[in-house]
Design a protein. Structure first.
Length: 154
């Protein structure tokens, strides 16, 4: 068996490109030591921005799942599926609450993505259940507190 030799780090190839985990550990240690002059600033900025984007992506994905299951629960008359849809709605609400607790500024983002996310969910449930009718626009309270707490099917 031949052993592969890892590429050498050069000015062009950084630890970031070779071993991401090692880069994160080294960066954290440099931050702890306040060794700011040795930080890989460009990649650190990229990673911080990426964390924010991932948080937004997760929030939007959970909101879309919420809309999908709520639309099914309210408009699809399949009694045997109600409990599963309600469980999923509850689980997604907990996820949304957790994300908002850690990133309250997402409340502003919520207002920005509400309509587009609802339309994405609507497109999916219409494809899954073409025999049922779903409203083109959200007919309930749009406030985040209502989304997190109200059972619109009661």
């Amino acid at each position: 068996m031949t052993q592969s030799i890892p590429p050498k780090t050069t000015a062009i190839t950084s630890v970031y490109e070779i071993d991401y985990l090692l880069w994160t550990q080294a960066t954290a240690q440099k931050l702890r030591n306040r060794d700011f002059n040795q930080l890989d600033i460009d990649n650190l900025i990229e990673e911080i921005e990426s964390l924010g984007k991932e948080t937004k992506r997760a929030f939007k994905g959970h909101l879309r799942a919420y809309f999908e299951h709520l639309l099914k629960r309210v408009y699809v008359n399949l009694l045997q599926d109600f409990h599963g849809w309600e469980r999923t709605i509850d689980n997604v609400r907990f996820e949304l609450e957790d994300i908002l607790e850690n990133s309250p500024s997402l409340r502003i983002y919520y207002a920005e993505i509400f309509d587009a996310t609802y339309k994405q969910a609507l497109k999916k449930v219409r494809r899954e259940y073409p025999q049922y009718s779903f409203p083109d626009t959200w007919l309930f309270n749009r406030e985040i507190e209502s989304i997190l707490n109200e059972d619109f099917w009661l």
